[in-house]
Design a protein around this ligand. Structure first.
Ligand code: TSJ
Length: 651
């Protein structure tokens, strides 16, 4: 994508070769003077942009139906080579310019689309115009063309022709190869290409142009992964893209297949691929003329609004929503959504500084119509898939409302009167120095009792959770909220949650989850970590969350003893004692006496604790998602069948 390009800087048509050459120089001189105007920046982004400008030409050739393979090689010394098997840039004399067309392509600004007829139309305006800009910003550039049985070659330096187009041999193939070295006097930040940056963009192009094969190879002698090669080829186009995004999200699919919708209007076309996953995030990627519109625009916002409208309409028609129910919100419908929206249009108008937002209103209307009609048809033809989507949206809506309730509750509690009343279950410590204090969130009341007796009461607070074990397998975060199970945790920590979270209000330095090493304990850990991850991620990021590690065995002989945290450790101590030793298995936190609990788990001098990282918590979140994912259907059925009963229970 060229950033500043208007038609009025196209070289005027003149007859004489000399005049043309002057015009050429003036045009490319402007590019070298203000490179940012043409490629956005001279930083890393601009450097990579050069590659896209060249590759776009090969993609256009592929879209015109003449090319099916594009090879991009990263070579030593910052050099890039792009090779395609298209027809080859025309080498004949350009009727207006009087020089070979290929020389026009490389030396006249905005030459693209001005020759050869249909080839440059499809991708819409910005492509095929960048070759001269890349040339102007290259220390040198060489083009080799195979066409009509001959091999041609020409070389340029800083945009200037340094050798005439020459025949250098014969060939039975056709295609174009461009090799260039970005000028280090222009790209002063860096001239080192990043394989992954190129890979990401080229992969995007391969998805958006179904069937094209793009191969990216790292041929540098100092490559991070020498010889690394990625073969990008997706027959399924944006459907494959959605599959790819789903895989990257590490969530499971809810729908059995990717839903695909498309339509055209005049010169414009729009296609949409979408699917719901078990996740909680929304991933919508939108493109206009294969350019990633990072800030969205008319196509993306129309997609979201019309999707919400269709899903609500379907929900009412097929009684997923009662007449008295409010509409599902877009954010509820979008939970777990993975979608790619790609539009192609002839006069793309980009808004905003970064040109990453599409402004055309007509394309919004097209997207609207496609979703309204084809998505509704899809839902009506696929009731099982529709039900999956509706169940997920309704579950999200319930969770959001429950969370809202919990927040209000929390706000009321901490409202007037200044000081928040601490939960009854909390046995607080004496010190209120939040850099020294610790809170132990303990599974079960009996362990809580021992912990209260065994702790250092100056610095250690104890908060037992759930006197009777909650069946975590059936508990969802929303359930936990509405049942106020986690309210004592929120209130004790003092920080608030979600958008109200304020780390400066944190009342403890260490938050220690203390649960047994069994299945129930692991569920408690998963639940609490998921809760922290989703509603208080900063707590984890700043390293305040820990897992206590109670030992599994005590190996003793006479008055000497060791606590072992693993079987291997136990075996080592046993071997050390030799004979007459005694092994005691700790059955669980609840069975330790206060002194044992202090010695093994609470005492800062002797205990082992694990600090929780964001990736631990993310893993917990994923585990939680899987647990929940399997449960959506039976849980829904249960709620349906026990609707009255459930309401009574809640009171
Ligand atoms: F523009 C460029 F130099 F940057 C470049 C163009 C770079 C690379 C790697 C490839 C290409 C390119 C151009 N590949 N294929 C083409 N095709 C044409 O330019 C072409 C060939 C024949 C006709 C025709 O009408 O006969 C039309 C066009 C546009």
């Amino acid at each position: 994508m060229l950033v500043q390009m208007s038609n009025d800087i196209t070289a005027p048509v003149t007859e004489s070769y000399d005049e043309n050459s002057i015009q050429v120089l003036e045009g490319l001189e402007a590019v070298r003077k203000r490179p940012g105007m043409y490629i956005g920046s001279t930083g890393e982004r601009g450097l990579h942009h050069l590659v896209y400008e060249i590759v776009d030409n090969s993609i256009d050739e592929a879209l015109a139906g003449y090319c099916d393979k594009i090879l991009v090689e990263i070579l030593d010394d910052g050099v890039i080579r792009v090779t395609d098997n298209g027809r080859g840039i025309p080498v004949g004399i350009h009727p207006q310019k009087g020089i070979p067309t290929v020389s026009v392509v490389f030396t006249i600004l905005h030459a693209g689309g001005k020759f050869g007829g249909s080839g440059y139309k499809v991708s819409g305006g910005l492509h095929g115009v960048g070759a001269s800009v890349v040339n102007a910003l290259s220390e040198w550039l060489e083009v080799e063309i195979h066409t009509g049985g001959k091999k041609y070659k020409q070389r340029y330096e800083k945009g200037n022709i340094v050798s005439d187009l020459k025949v250098i041999g014969e060939t039975d193939k056709t295609g174009t190869q461009v090799t260039f070295k970005p000028d280090p006097t222009i790209f002063t930040d860096t001239t080192r290409y990043d394989f992954d940056i190129l890979l990401q963009r080229l992969r995007e192009q391969a998805f958006l142009n179904a069937g094209i094969r793009i191969v990216l190879k790292d041929e540098r002698s100092d490559a991070d992964i020498p010889g690394r090669e990625e073969d990008l080829h997706y027959e399924g186009g944006i459907k494959s893209y959605v599959e790819y995004l789903l895989e990257k999200s590490k969530k499971d699919r809810l729908n059995s297949e990717v839903i695909y919708l498309s339509g055209t209007s005049g010169d414009s076309m729009a296609e949409i691929a979408l699917l719901w996953s078990t996740g909680y995030d929304t991933k919508i990627m939108s493109f206009a003329n294969t350019i990633h519109t990072v800030d969205g625009g008319t196509h993306e916002s129309s997609f979201k609004t019309s999707l919400a409208r269709v899903v609500n309409k379907y929900a009412r028609t097929f009684k997923f929503l009662k007449d008295s129910d409010a509409n599902l919100k877009s954010e509820d419908i979008n939970e777990g959504l993975v979608a790619v929206v790609s539009v192609k249009l002839t006069d793309a108008q980009f808004e905003s500084q970064t040109k990453a937002k599409l402004g055309n209103t007509a394309i919004g209307t097209l997207v609207n119509n496609i979703v309204a009609e084809k998505m509704m048809n899809y839902l009506e033809d696929h009731p099982a898939e529709a039900k999956i989507i509706l169940d997920k949206s309704i579950a999200s809506s319930n969770a959001r409302e429950a969370a809202q309730k919990a927040r209000e509750l929390q706000r009321n509690k901490s409202g007037i009167g200044g000081k928040t009343r601490m939960p009854e279950k909390l046995t607080d410590c004496i010190s209120d120095d939040p850099t020294k204090t610790e809170i132990f969130i303990v599974e079960g009341d009996s362990a809580g009792g021992s912990a209260v007796e065994g702790r250092n009461s100056t610095y250690q607070a104890i908060l037992p959770l759930w006197g009777k074990m909650l069946n975590v397998e059936k508990a969802r975060v929303d359930k936990v909220f509405s049942n106020e199970k986690l309210t004592p945790v929120i209130v004790s920590l003092g920080t608030g949650i979600a958008e109200n979270f304020d780390i400066t209000k944190l009342r403890y330095d260490k938050i220690v989850i203390m649960a047994d090493a069994d299945v129930d304990g692991s569920h408690i850990r998963t639940l609490l970590l998921t809760f922290f991850f989703r509603y208080m991620p900063e707590l984890i990021e700043t390293g305040h969350v820990y897992l206590a590690q109670p030992p599994l065995y005590r190996v003793s002989k006479g008055k000497r003893y060791y606590d072992a945290f693993t079987d291997e450790e136990k075996d080592r101590y046993v071997a050390e004692f030799g004979d007459n030793y005694n092994v005691q298995r700790y059955k669980g936190l609840g069975e330790m006496d206060p002194e044992q609990l202090w010695e093994t788990t609470l005492d800062p001098e002797h205990r082992t604790m694990l600090r929780v990282t964001m990736s631990d918590a993310k893993l917990a979140d994923e585990t939680f998602t899987i647990l929940m994912g399997e449960e959506v259907e039976p849980r829904r059925r249960f709620i349906e069948e026990n609707a009255v009963f459930a309401t009574e229970l809640d009171i």
